[in-house]
Design a protein around this ligand. Structure first.
Ligand code: ZN
Length: 179
C-alpha cells in the first residue's frame, strides 16, 4: 500500500529508529511494512526509502538500483532490505554528490560522505549480511541509513550555499544528483 511521505519537520524523521527483534522480522506486520515501503518507493520515484519516511519508527530501509547508469558508473543493486544496519567507513576519502530526498521535496544539496563503506545488517529474513559499497552507491546507502538515525542530508551540508531549489538547480547547477 502506498503510504504518505513524512516531511522534514515531522518528529518521526528526527529520532533514532527502534531496532527490530527477531520476532518482529517474522511477523505479518513486518511483511506488510516491506510491501508498503516498496510500493511507496516506486510510487514516489525514490531509489531508496526508510521506514521513518512513512511514519514507522523502525530500523528498516530499502534500496533498489536496477541497471542504472549515472555519472559513468553502472549501478546495480537488486532490491535490498536493510534491518538494524551498522555502517563502518572503509575510506577516509570523501566524495560529494547533489542529493535530494522524498522527505525534503523541492530541494537539492551537495553532501560529502566517505567514498567507501561497509554495512552489516539483517536481510528481510533476519539473516546477517554484509555489503561493501563505494562511489554513488555508498552515498545512497549512507543517505538512506542516516534516516534510521534521525539524520537528514541537509544536516550534512557543510556550506548552506550548496543548498538549492530544484528548479534553480536544474537551471544553474545540474551535474551530480541523487533522489
Ligand atoms: Zn532521504
Amino acid at each position: 500500500m502506498i503510504r504518505p511521505i513524512c516531511k522534514m519537520g515531522n518528529p518521526v524523521l528526527r529520532q533514532k529508529a527502534k531496532e527490530l527483534r527477531p520476532e518482529d522480522i517474522s511477523s505479518d506486520w513486518f511483511s506488510q511494512l516491506l510491501i508498503d515501503l516498496k510500493d511507496s518507493m516506486d510510487h514516489y520515484g525514490g531509489i531508496g526509502i526508510a521506514a521513518p519516511q512513512i511514519g514507522v519508527d523502525s530500523q528498516v530501509a530499502l534500496i533498489e538500483l536496477a541497471g542504472m547508469n549515472r555519472y559513468g558508473e553502472e549501478l546495480n543493486l537488486p532490491l535490498t532490505t536493510f534491518v538494524n544496519p551498522v555502517i563502518r567507513d572503509l575510506s577516509a576519502e570523501l566524495q560529494g554528490f547533489w542529493e535530494g530526498c522524498l522527505s525534503v521535496p523541492g530541494l537539492r544539496g551537495y553532501v560529502e560522505r566517505p567514498r567507501k563503506i561497509e554495512v552489516t545488517y539483517l536481510d528481510e529474513k533476519g539473516r546477517p549480511q554484509r555489503l561493501v559499497a563505494e562511489g554513488f552507491l555508498a552515498t545512497v546507502v549512507q543517505h538512506e541509513l542516516d534516516h534510521l538515525q534521525g539524520i537528514l542530508y541537509v544536516d550534512r551540508i557543510k556550506d548552506s550555499k550548496l543548498l538549492s531549489f530544484q528548479e534553480e538547480f536544474e537551471t544553474f547547477i545540474q551535474e551530480r544528483t541523487i533522489e
